[in-house]
Design a binder for this molecule. Sequence first.
Ligand code: KG4
Ligand code: ZN
Length: 379
Amino acid sequence: MDILGIETSCDETAAAIVRDGREVLSSVVYTQIPLHQPYGGVVPEVASRAHIEKISGVVAEAIKGGGKVDAVAVTYGPGLASSLLVGLNAAKGLSLALGVPLIGINHIEAHLHTPFLVDAAGLVPGVGMGPAPADMMPALGLAVSGGHTTWMDMPSYGEYRIIGQTLDDAAGEAFDKAAKLLDLGYPGGPVIDRWAKGFWNGVKDFSDAAALKALAYPVSIRLPEGLPRFPKGHPRAGTAALAGLDANLCVSFSGLKTALLYHVRQHPPADDAEKAGLVAAYQEAIVGTLADRTATALKRREYKALIVGGGVSLNGRLRARLAEVASAAGVPLLLAAPKYCGDNAAMIAGLAFCRRNLAGEAAFAVDVEPTLQPGDAGA
Ligand code: KG4
Ligand code: ZN
């Protein structure tokens, strides 16, 4: 079954065709990052206008290989209401015109489908599709992006129970805000990742982004004397209890951002090398917090896998730390290919197949739900 997926929840306009939930036949992502760069963050009005301009072309490109579309899947939340509306209306129109079911998909849940996506061209003989989602359950899921930092218990495939989350800023937001403060550009995560790699490799010139990207992190990392030890993002127990969650599985990144602000006010970095040291220390605080929480969550239940998705899972240092944590717990770490870490529509089409009974599922009543949580009733 070939499903057309559509994604417009934030600043990427995306469409994809995925066969039987796993095999990506096409995936087109138009990123609006350059449009938002001058503002240092996503401007909702600019985002929705750009989605309107691009959606037809992006969908046309995704389906240009021909073939039959058996269903249309679309993100209906969470995200920016005015952006979600563009994708949802396009999907409703296509579903009506093609006479196929419409399936509303939760964006955060879809991020956890990304490790199961395989490029049609990249199918490895003997390995094939890799493990099937259902065989990896129960799993611990971590969605870590610009809008979300959420740990989920997945008892079976398609079931999500939040067990921990950020009580304020998402990890990606913590990266983006720090980069803004230090004038490093937007989005902040990739720049901080590159500069931190440069720092650990003793680089002095931070102007060559491609060269920095190509570097690897050293195997063992210890913050040298003189760099600030930023506090881990551990929330106070009371605040987590208010959200009905265990404080040991929750994080809070707003204090970290303030600590960086105060540090920079008192000790403004003299040059790029000092700035790089600062972001390396800041990244260690975020990554260390995420790794600790994940290790704690893995002790709570016998899991078969750790599944991680979302834009921040591109971070090289986080990938390494999570690999250590998973190996200590004796579970495989399932990460997406880099091109499926950020927002894309293949994850929407893929999840739609894997968790749905498609019969009679023409969900035209579905509306956008900007604050949708994982595990909320499906559309
Ligand atoms: O999943 P995504 O594309 O969109 C949301 O659903 O939010 O994630 C975007 C976030 C941004 O905050 C960006 O700074 C962060 O992912 N990001 C990274 C890296 N690449 C992207 N954060 C840390 N290290 C990276 N290499
Ligand atoms: Zn996302």
